[in-house]
Structure formats: structure tokens, C-alpha cells
Design a protein around this ligand. Structure first.
Ligand code: 9MR
Length: 471
């Protein structure tokens, strides 16, 4: 594995720190760190000759963060945590900062699960997106039962308490989520807030948020606003009005949940740009694209390139890590498969970010010696037999992770002699033959290849096949 990418984080990347630099920082003792000025850090060797090999590092080299939605209950799973820590520079709690999780009954706050995610992120040098303060969904029943005056107090109290608890730890907050209707009306969505407080609830929420934490970026976040359409036009009009009147808003989040019925719009970049031109940052906040293979990869690449083409697009968050934990798992919409293998979509994202996918030896790429899933099995068949000899074939199958090479050892009978081997490279030690892969070492998870050999000898008893070793 080659560790690369040691550029300094840029301020607007929301605290994104390249993984290599995060590792470097972690390795420095507190005493050493105290002696290093920012200038000294900047003078450390730069890996400019190499492209980055993780999403977080590659995005950081473009001045952006690359995040994932994270669920607290998966953090104890070794591969989940390892993939998160290796690849991502930002996290969004998938559900743990929603109103029902944080304030299930009025005035009684439970921060522990969200704190767990924030603590993990801090320990890894990752930044955190806060999601979400005011939303009609995952709202505890008590909120919708309040009258207007009480609801206003409760909304402002919720924003203030939550933002105060996380002050200094959140780079961007989704202050209001999904307040507009789908379809062509451009109207506000019915919700307890809209219905009881009227249009002004959004402005009030943003003003309260600014007062609670003046350093966090304050975002409006929504879906089906990814291209120019009636809904995004309505959000655009609101943001333009906020900017004109000095209502505090810093960013707009584009969820970017895509599927065949709702594909990546052709004017995606233009839409991001028109919002950025209003004087706000834009962020891709919940990216997932249902599909598979190269088609999915191409869509992911287009989304990343659109963000990179908009200078105020400060970061991208994908809505989960492996497909199996996606809210739309049947659509396999994420960058890692159920076994944490990198999908073609991953390679497309890394390439679009300027990184190098597929370096042999990188974690998750073929040949990662540290990957606990790098394994293979070998099965023998006699393919031909005659008086005085036989042809044998060994089929090699990769386990649940891709492999870069394989080795199999066979033990032959004492009166037997191997006279030729094909599709493998043999070496001999007495009656033991070790066969290594040649051109056919790189196997996708679960994929197979085979080698063959001819044996001469008075006995035609088959060889004993030893274990298959993956590299
Ligand atoms: O991914 C979230 C899933 O685990 C929850 O069950 C669901 C409940 O509403 O919310 C999902 O996340 C949503 C996000 O908070 C806001 N945008 C839409 C996301 C997908 O529904």
C-alpha cells in the first residue's frame, strides 16, 4: 500500500483533513505537536508525485470533504469502521440527530448515540454534518400536538439546545429539511411547523440557529431539487430572498437520491451553480444512485465532476457505506458491496476526484494482505486419464474479497512426474509441486480460474491438494 496525498486541508473544506495527514497527526506525540507550528507542518514532505488512493484524501486535494452517513449501531462492526476510517473525511449521523432521537419527550434530551458518532469522527479527524434540526418526519408525537405558541418555543428550544451541545463540533447543520412539496406547485409542504407557524418558520429557525452557534454553516436541505424544476425554483426563490434580506443562510444541501425513475438530471451542475451564484455554498448531502456496474459508475462520476466544477460545492456525502445498510439496499446504490469490496462506482468516484483506483495492495483493492476476506479455495478434477498418466485441473475460487494472486501446493505420488503445467507457474520440491498464478491471479470476489497439468507415472492416483493461499 502506498500512502499518498499530504496536502494541507483548506478552510472551506469543512475541516477535511487528508487521511495520510490525519494518520501523521495521530502519530505525533502531544509534546511534538506542541512544538510544531502550522508552518512546520506545511513544510513536511508532500506526496505531490502520487495521486490519492482514498475518497477522503482525493477530495481533500480538491479542497473538499467526502463524507458518509453513519449509523451508531454499525460502528462496532470491524469492517464497517475500518472502511469508514480509511475512506471518509466527514460523517453525517443517519438518524441519531433527528428530533425523535434527541428530544423524544419535551425538554428531555438524549445525546448518547449521536455523541458516539461525533466522538468516533473526532477521534479520526473527521468533520461532522448535523442532520437535522427541523423536519416534519421522525418528529416525536408531542411536537405535533402543540399549539402555535408552544410549538414556536419548542422549535427554538430544540435548535438552541442541540446546537449548543454540539457547538464547535459540527461544520454544517441542516437547519430545515424538506419543507417544500414535490410536483409543480412550488408550495410549502404541510407540516406542524408550516401549518401552525406559516412560511416564517424557516426564517425563524435559521435566525435561532445563527444565535446558537455562529460558526456552524447553516443549510437548507431537500430532495428532488437536484435539477432546475418547480421545487428547486421555489427553494431558489426562498434562498435569494433570504440573502437579500440578511436572513442567515450559508448553504443549500442537494440530497441527490437517484434511481431509474429519478435519474441524475442533465442540468445538475447548472442547478448547483445557480444556487452558488446566490452567495451560498452547495453540498451534495445524501448521494446514492440505484443501479450497478458501469452505468452506475458513470452516473457517480458525473455527479462528482459536477461538484468539482462548481467552486462553492464544498463536499459530497454518500448516504451509507455498504449496500446492505442502505435505506434502499435492494437498489444497491452505494460505493461498497455487502462485503465492503469497492464497486466500479467507487473507482469512478475516486478517478473523478483525481485519485488512483485499483492500486494493488491498497486496502479493498486486489491483493490487500491485510484484508481478512482475501482468501481462495482450490478444487481438483482429473480431466483425462490414460494408461501411464493423466491430466489434472485445479479450479481456484476467490472468497468474498477480490484477490491479486494465488498459490496452491499439490503432493504427487512417488512414482509420478509432472511433465507440463499450463495457466500456472510451477516450482518443485521432491514430490511436492507449488503452483502460482501467472496472468490469471487477479480475481473478483467469488470469481474462478483454473490451471492444468500432465502427469506421467505408473500410478494414476490423483494428487493431494493443499490449501489455496491468496495474495
Ligand atoms: O436513511 C434514513 C433511514 O434510515 C430512515 O429510516 C429514514 C426515515 O425517514 O430516513 C432516512 O434518511 C432520510 C434523510 O434523513 C432525509 N432525506 C431522505 C433520507 C431517506 O429517506
Amino acid at each position: 500500500m502506498i500512502r499518498k496525498g499530504t496536502t494541507e486541508p483548506r478552510g472551506r473544506a469543512g475541516g477535511a483533513v487528508p487521511r495520510a495527514r490525519r494518520g501523521l497527526r495521530a502519530a505525533l506525540s502531544a509534546a511534538t505537536t506542541a512544538l510544531l507550528t502550522a508552518g512546520a507542518l506545511a513544510a513536511l514532505p508532500q506526496g505531490a508525485a502520487h495521486a490519492a488512493d482514498t475518497l477522503g484524501d482525493a477530495a481533500a486535494e480538491k479542497g473538499r470533504y467526502f463524507g458518509a452517513a453513519v449509523a451508531a449501531n454499525h460502528l462496532g462492526e470491524a469492517q464497517y469502521a475500518a472502511t469508514l476510517n480509511r475512506e471518509f473525511s466527514s460523517v453525517t449521523p443517519e438518524n441519531e440527530m433527528k428530533w425523535d432521537a434527541l428530544e423524544p419527550s419535551r425538554g428531555s434530551f438524549s445525546f448518547s448515540r449521536a455523541d458516539q458518532i461525533v466522538g468516533h469522527a473526532k477521534g479520526q479527524g473527521m468533520s461532522v454534518r448535523g442532520h437535522t434540526l427541523v423536519w416534519h418526519s421522525q418528529l416525536p408525537g408531542w411536537v405535533s400536538q402543540l399549539g402555535a405558541s408552544d410549538l414556536r418555543t419548542a422549535m427554538n428550544n430544540h435548535i438552541t439546545q442541540v446546537m449548543t451541545h454540539y457547538k464547535g463540533e459540527i461544520h454544517s447543520w441542516d437547519v430545515v429539511n424538506e419543507a417544500f412539496q414535490d410536483g409543480g406547485s412550488g408550495a410549502r409542504r404541510s407540516s406542524p411547523f408550516q401549518d401552525k407557524l406559516g412560511d416564517g418558520f424557516i426564517e425563524e429557525a435559521f435566525r435561532t440557529a445563527r444565535a446558537a452557534d455562529s460558526n456552524a454553516k447553516l443549510c437548507y436541505n431537500d430532495y428532488n431539487t437536484d435539477g432546475v424544476n418547480a421545487k428547486s425554483n421555489a427553494v431558489y426563490t426562498m434562498v435569494r430572498d433570504f440573502k437579500a434580506r440578511g436572513v442567515p443562510i450559508d448553504c443549500v444541501g442537494f440530497q441527490s437520491h437517484f434511481n431509474p425513475n429519478s435519474p441524475v438530471p442533465s442540468d445538475y451542475q447548472a442547478n448547483l451553480q445557480r444556487f452558488a451564484d446566490l452567495g451560498v455554498d452547495v453540498q451534495i448531502t445524501e448521494l446514492d444512485i440505484e443501479g450497478s456496474g458501469q452505468a452506475q459508475a458513470a452516473d457517480y462520476g458525473n455527479v462528482v465532476r459536477a461538484c468539482l466544477a462548481v467552486s462553492r460545492c464544498t463536499g459530497i456525502t454518500v448516504w451509507g457505506i455498504p449496500d446492505k445498510y442502505s435505506w434502499r439496499s435492494s437498489g444497491t446504490p452505494l460505493l461498497f458491496d455487502d462485503n465492503y469490496n469497492k464497486k466500479p462506482a467507487y473507482d469512478a468516484v475516486l478517478s473523478a476526484l483525481g485519485g488512483t483506483p485499483g492500486d494493488p495492495g491498497d486496502p479493498g483493492d486486489p491483493g490487500d494482505p491485510g484484508d481478512p476476506n482475501a482468501a481462495c479455495s482450490a478444487a481438483y478434477t482429473t480431466s483425462e486419464q490414460w494408461n501411464g498418466g493423466y491430466n489434472g485441473r485445479v479450479t481456484i475460487t476467490a472468497g468474498s474479497a477480490p484477490i491479486a494472486g494465488w498459490t496452491v501446493t499439490l503432493t504427487l505420488g512417488s512414482s509420478q512426474q509432472v511433465v507440463s503445467v499450463w495457466n500456472g507457474s510451477p516450482s518443485y520440491n521432491g514430490n511436492m509441486m507449488t503452483v502460482r498464478s501467472t496472468w490469471n491471479g487477479s480475481l473478483a470476489a467469488g470469481a474462478s480460474t483454473s490451471f492444468g497439468f500432465t502427469v506421467n507415472g505408473s500410478s494414476s492416483s490423483p494428487p493431494q491438494i493443499g490449501a489455496c493461499t491468496a495474495s
